[in-house]
Design a protein around this ligand. Structure first.
Ligand code: KG4
Ligand code: ZN
Length: 341
């Protein structure tokens, strides 16, 4: 079965072809980062308009890469939510129009389920059940995953998501949008010993997390350093980035270990944009070697938003395929409300 996947929930247009027998055949991505950078964040109306411009050429490129035509498609999966309303409408209406014309079904996909299942596109891939650490721009959750659609949230952030904390902290350090990956790059050249930031909710006794205080702690630290030494130099900025990253990584690793213990799991799966973070991966790999558990990540290119995870999650959910035509989007949508497969 050949599934076309379309992702358009935020600032990336992703299209992919997943074959249930032969795996991922092709995927194409256009990121709007440069377009939004001028405004310091995502401008929803510009995002929608750009998805409209990109979606069809990306689909054509994808089909050409895989040596397929529209007539070869068996179903079209699209991100139904959560995300920006206008942006979601672009992918949803294109998927439905195309499927209507081709007389094939559509499969609405939950964006976070796409992230969550994306490590299954790696080799080796994890078996169910596993403990998932989902760390994206909008969500930070620890979940017991027992099968497709069987998700139990064990803990989550009570305020900012980890990716959001990276981006907001980067902004207040004067880094251009989107700051998360750049902050992380600077942290690589920072000293781990010069500054220490708090580890929020590390000893809260549950699996919840909080990251918004960390951003405020960075602001306070920056002001203190400026008051003592004048304008922040490059090395100091890198040292602050390092202290911030050390704090987030320690909290994510310790909470993941506690969640695995609580759920009795020996497999950890990391998904979402922050899963691309090198220091987080290194710390989790060390913990896995020490405590003898397995850890899995999506292929690096599939950590952030992409069409491959939507095509794949759609293929896992063919049972819920629908006739195209009347459709809705779900800008807000709780992952644990999904039916099991
Ligand atoms: O999963 P994703 O692509 O989008 C959402 O569904 O939210 O995640 C994007 C988030 C952004 O906040 C971005 O700053 C963060 O992932 N991110 C990173 C890194 N790469 C992306 N954060 C830390 N280190 C990275 N290397
Ligand atoms: Zn995402």
């Amino acid at each position: 079965m050949l599934v076309l996947g379309i992702e358009s929930s935020c600032d990336e247009t992703g299209v992919a072809l997943y074959d249930t027998e032969h795996g991922l055949l092709a995927h194409q991505l256009h990121t709007q980062m440069a377009m939004h950078a001028e405004y310091g964040g995502v401008v929803p109306e510009l995002a929608s308009r750009d998805h409209i411009r990109r979606a069809i050429p990306l689909t054509e490129a994808c089909l050409a890469d895989a040596g397929k035509t529209l007539a070869d498609l068996d179903a079209i999966a699209y991100t139904q939510g959560p995300g920006l309303g206008g942006a979601l409408m672009v992918g949803a209406s294109m998927a439905n129009a195309l499927a209507f014309g081709l007389n094939i079904p559509v499969i609405p996909v939950h964006h976070l389920e796409g992230h969550l299942l994306s490590p299954l596109l790696a080799d080796p891939k994890p078996e169910f059940p596993f403990l998932a650490l989902l760390v994206s721009g909008g969500h930070t959750q620890l979940m017991a995953v027992r099968g497709v659609g069987d998700y139990e949230i064990l803990g989550e952030t009570v305020d900012d998501a980890a990716g959001e904390a990276f981006d907001k902290t980067a902004k207040l350090l004067g880094l251009p949008y989107p700051g998360g990956p750049l902050l992380s790059k600077l942290a690589e050249s920072g000293s781990p010993d010069r500054f220490t930031l708090p580890r929020p909710m590390l000893h809260s006794g549950n699996l919840d997390m909080s990251f918004s205080g960390l951003k405020t702690a960075v602001l306070t630290m920056t002001k203190q350093v400026e008051a003592e030494h004048g304008e922040i130099d490059e090395q100091t900025r890198m040292d602050i980035c390092r202290a911030f990253q050390e704090a987030i990584v320690e909290v994510l690793v310790k909470k993941s270990l506690a969640a695995m213990k609580q759920a009795g799991m020996k497999r950890l799966v990391v998904a979402g944009g922050v899963g691309a973070n090198k220091q987080l991966r290194a710390a989790l790999n060390d913990a896995a070697a020490l405590k003898r558990f397995e850890v899995f990540y999506p292929p690096l290119a599939l950590c952030t938003d992409n069409g491959a995870m939507i095509a794949f999650a759609g293929a896992m959910r063919v049972k819920y395929a629908e006739q195209p035509g009347s459709f809705s989007i779900k800008p807000r949508w709780d992952l644990s409300s999904l039916p099991a497969v």
